[in-house]
Design a protein around this ligand. Structure first.
Ligand code: C5P
Length: 634
């Protein structure tokens, strides 16, 4: 599998490319809620950022950024950092050095997190900024102005604080130094170098010489090892599993989780594939087996801070004792992660003791399912989804919207992880049985894509008619099949069919297509071509696909199969209510009697008769059937 782009690196890529002179293409950007806040903030100070993958309003992964060459504009209104501590702290450093005022706000969780650690050093540089109350929490009001360089010894090892000071230092005259008590992630240093700024380094002292303007230069964000950690643990704890995650960032200040897992007895192979001059990345292969307890402490903590929740889950699944100490920092993360992790592990039956600066876990007790809330903390939500894989009975993680702060699409991967491939729900049935409406409802509820396979046959039929070929002349249709430039796929939630580059819409339900489609669908080579395309779509993500032969021929192995039918009278009424002239009975006959993939109830399919049901009633019956087939639907 692959995981989305690294969160820390994505924030920095947008900030650094945004202040640089010239243009940068960022590939593999993590379009999570957190990083999108940073993206919006950089736009607000004048950077031009365009998605290159067509995701204007959505979640772009490919960005073109034209930076402001060190001359930021005053933002209009406040800058919203959402849930992101990285955004707030890094942007503080940047904005403190600008000749304008700005205000940084965040959500409830972020507004409870301490910002004094950033205000103190920036104030020492001459910044005028303040937070609220004794704990100096957000909103942060920044006056902005000329800063002087300092040398600052960080009391707590924090990459965010270090990065904020270095960012401020880019705008101060002279050398700004940060001394770190332990090694922290060094993405900022590596990326500043990538963008043409020399970074000074003497042991644990890191510095920049200002003023410095960065130069735009294309950048590739590797996969996030903190996101990979969930799957690494899941695979490692399941004997017999063999998982390779490709394209993961392997920066050694972040890869501590690999060392911890090795100490826990995990068999692992790591292959570095590239990026030695910037951010190294490569593939990680893990095989499942028995885990044993370990100690995680001292300087290693900063390196695995985001992975502690899932490592605690691994410890509960391991034999023997695991001790996590020196990790008090976890109490001021997106939640008090020590307390919340301990409570949840206990709720699932683990033997865990909470300590001031960590926890002690006596592994090996069987876990049982429980309902656990995420407390709005994305890493807790995901860690306990993984715990649920190993618990007996039903585990329900609630309040999971926060997962999108770092891992949009996690639930899709979880479904894939459970089944070894992306799941497919196959829905077959005759025309106007209600299957396409039900398919949409199911897909929307699950967040999966929906494919209307009939649209593919219809698009192809339109092309045949357009070419003046007689649909009954199967030889001529076959000959045309290899020539037509036909493609079908999913865009957003819609099935999109293109012929010779033209996107077909109303054409698909024209009376001529209605009348001819079933004849075309009899041609075996046409069907083969479509089936190949349908299977390729299922490689990209979980699908709800509806048609005539989805459960019987296209995905005969899927566990989730429905067959939705209704009486011909009811179906004819439905079509005429839609204002469509559709030869339903002829199509039924042709579809059922043909030699190639005839319409029939697939083996294992649940039959739902929608004749007497409303659309929502049919959908409810469908959900019920899918639950019985083993699908987890909340
Ligand atoms: O689903 P819809 O009514 O739009 O499908 C149009 C026609 O396409 C069907 O009547 C059938 O002949 C053909 N078809 C098929 N196999 C599928 C989907 C549609 O043969 N999986």
């Amino acid at each position: 599998m692959r995981v989305p782009g690294d969160k820390s690196i994505s924030h920095r890529a947008v900030i650094l490319a945004g202040i640089a002179g010239g243009e940068t293409t960022v590939t593999g950007f993590l379009p999570s809620d957190d990083c999108l806040c940073t993206l919006a903030a950089m736009r607000a100070v004048g950077a031009e950022i365009d998605p290159l993958d067509g995701q204007t309003e959505g979640r772009p992964e490919l960005l073109r950024i034209r930076g402001v060459a060190g001359r930021l504009q005053a933002p209009e209104g406040t800058i919203d950092c959402g849930n992101s501590g990285t955004a707030m702290r890094l942007l503080s450093g940047l904005l403190a050095a600008q000749p304008f005022a700005s205000t940084l706000v965040g959500d409830a969780s972020l507004s409870g997190r301490p910002m004094g650690r950033i205000i103190t050093p920036l104030s020492a540089m001459g910044a005028r900024m303040r937070g609220q109350g004794d704990r100096q929490t957000a909103p942060l009001e920044i006056e902005g102005g000329k800063l002087r360089p300092i040398e600052y010894s960080m009391p707590v090892a924090s990459a965010q604080v270090k990065s904020a000071i270095l960012l401020a230092g880019l705008f101060a005259e002279g050398e700004t130094w940060v001394v770190q008590p332990a090694v922290t992630r060094d993405h900022s240093e590596r990326m500043l170098r990538h963008f043409g700024v020399p970074v000074l380094q003497e042991g644990q002292r890191i510095g920049v010489r200002g003023p410095a303007v960065l130069k735009g230069r294309d950048f590739v964000v590797p996969g996030d090892i903190s996101s990979a950690a969930f799957w690494l643990v899941a695979a490692a704890a399941a004997p017999g599993s063999d998982l390779t995650i490709e394209g993961v960032g392997l920066n050694e200040t972040r890869a501590g989780v690999l060392a911890v897992l090795r100490r826990m007895g995990v068999s692992m192979a790591v292959e570095v594939c590239g990026g030695e001059d910037g951010e190294p990345w490569g593939n990680i292969r893990v095989r499942g087996g028995a885990l044993k307890g370990t100690v995680i402490e001292g300087a290693e903590i900063a390196n695995v801070i985001d992975e502690i929740p899932v490592l605690a889950v691994a410890a509960a699944l391991a034999e023997g004792e695991t001790v996590i100490r020196d990790a008090a920092e976890l109490r001021v993360k997106e939640s008090d992660r020590i307390h919340e992790v301990v409570r949840r592990l206990q709720a699932m039956g683990a033997e865990v003791e909470e300590k001031e600066d960590g926890m002690r876990i006596q592994g090996g007790r069987p876990l049982h399912g429980a309902e656990v809330s995420s407390e709005g903390d994305h890493r807790i939500a995901m860690a306990f989804a993984i715990a649920g894989l190993f618990a007996s009975g039903h585990t329900k993680v609630t309040d999971v919207g926060c997962v999108a702060t770092s891992y949009p699409g996690f639930d899709r991967e979880l479904a894939r992880f459970l089944e070894g491939k992306y799941p497919v729900i196959a829905i077959d049935g005759p025309a106007a049985s209600g299957k396409s409406s039900v398919a949409r409802i199911i897909a929307e509820r699950l967040g999966w894509s929906v494919v209307n396979s009939g649209a593919f046959y219809r698009g192809f039929t339109w092309a045949v008619l357009q070419a003046g070929v007689d649909p009954a002349d199967h030889g001529a249709v076959e000959a045309l099949a290899s020539e037509i430039d036909f493609s079908g796929g999913i865009e957003g939630t819609e099935t999109v069919v293109r012929v010779e580059g033209r996107t077909l819409r109303d054409e698909l339900t024209s009376p001529a297509v209605n009348a001819a489609v079933s004849e075309i669908a009899r041609v075996a080579s046409v069907r083969q071509r479509m089936v190949g395309q349908f299977r390729a779509l299922a490689e990209a993500g979980p699908l709800v696909m509806e048609g005539r032969d989805i459960g019987s021929v296209v995905f005969p192995d899927t566990r989730y199969k429905l067959y939705i039918q209704a009486s011909p009278e009811v179906r004819e009424q439905r079509r005429s209510a839609q204002g469509q002239n559709d030869s339903i009975r002829e199509r039924d006959r042709s579809d059922s009697e043909r030699d190639s993939s005839p319409l029939r109830v697939a083996e294992g399919a649940r039959v739902i008769d929608s004749s007497q049901l409303s659309l929502s009633g049919t959908a409810e019956a469908a959900f019920e059937a899918l639950r019985e087939q083993g699908l987890v639907i909340s």
